[in-house]
Design a protein around this ligand. Structure first.
Ligand code: SAM
Length: 235
């Protein structure tokens, strides 16, 4: 999979993308993730990419031209309106990180992991010029709060999508047990020692009886979900 992240702060991605899962996926050539600096497409001698909003009001808006040129540079042409119908998963699928989008969940993540090429736009200031939406396939939010920019949301999205790619997480089965994969929360986990400050690991986990352990895990996953997220069971 290829992911291009369009941002005015490409350096923010250096640390998070050079460690752990994303770096491993890149080394294994499962993933190619690049940041594209929107400023390098500015015609302004000071590399300015924002301007005052039409109609007045506070704040600045990211201008359409440099962002559009950045999108073109990674192969974006027009919106993939019919991407499902025509199975055009190989075309770049454009996501704008925005508090006004659909809230990111595991279903969205699984769907995004099917694309060969994602282009992720990070906004800043008051956001991006609305006319760029003509080239955006999906707006995605990471929750009902407002962050300064789309960089951290883009990192969240990238991490969640990359985990789904075959070969990235060593034990693929562990993804299927993770919270939300099948609509349940994960069961509780324990490791050595068997007794910690007087707190014991549930006896069944030490029994070596895999059938019983599986039953316990399923029961605990349901119990947790019912207690903490009954809305998931209703779904
Ligand atoms: N004026 C915008 C509004 O109220 O909807 C908020 C703009 S915000 C300060 C700047 C940028 O941060 C947005 O363009 C978006 O890319 C990103 N952003 C902020 N909160 C976000 C969230 N919850 N999810 C995804 N992106 C977010």
């Amino acid at each position: 999979m290829k992911i291009d992240i369009l941002t005015i702060f490409p350096r923010m991605f250096k640390g998070p993308f050079s460690e752990s899962l994303i770096s491993r996926a890149s080394r294994k050539k499962i993933l190619k993730v690049d940041t594209v600096d929107i400023r390098s497409f500015s015609r302004d001698k000071h590399r300015k990419v924002d301007d005052r909003p039409f109609g007045g009001g506070v704040g600045m808006v990211i201008k359409p031209e440099p962002l559009y040129c950045a999108m073109r540079s990674v192969g974006v042409r027009k919106r993939n309106n019919s991407y499902k119908k025509n199975n055009i998963y190989r075309k770049p699928y454009v996501v704008y990180m925005s508090p006004q989008g659909k809230t990111l969940d595991n279903e969205i993540v699984k769907n995004l992991a099917k694309f060969g090429h994602l282009v992720v736009i990070c906004g800043h200031y008051e956001g991006i010029d609305e006319r760029i939406m003509n080239y955006v396939d999906e707006e995605i939010s990471i929750g009902d709060y407002v962050l300064t920019g789309g960089e951290i949301p883009a990192m969240v999205l990238t991490d969640a999508v990359v985990r789904m790619l075959p070969g990235v997480v060593k034990e693929r089965g562990s993804i299927k047990n993770d919270s939300f994969y099948d609509g349940l929360l994960d069961y509780p986990h324990y490791t050595r020692p068997a007794v910690f400050k007087g707190h014991r690991v549930p006896t069944v986990l030490l029994s070596g009886n895999h059938k019983k352990i599986d039953e316990w895990c399923t029961k605990e996953a349901y119990k947790r979900t019912k207690e903490r997220r009954p809305d998931l069971l209703r779904k």
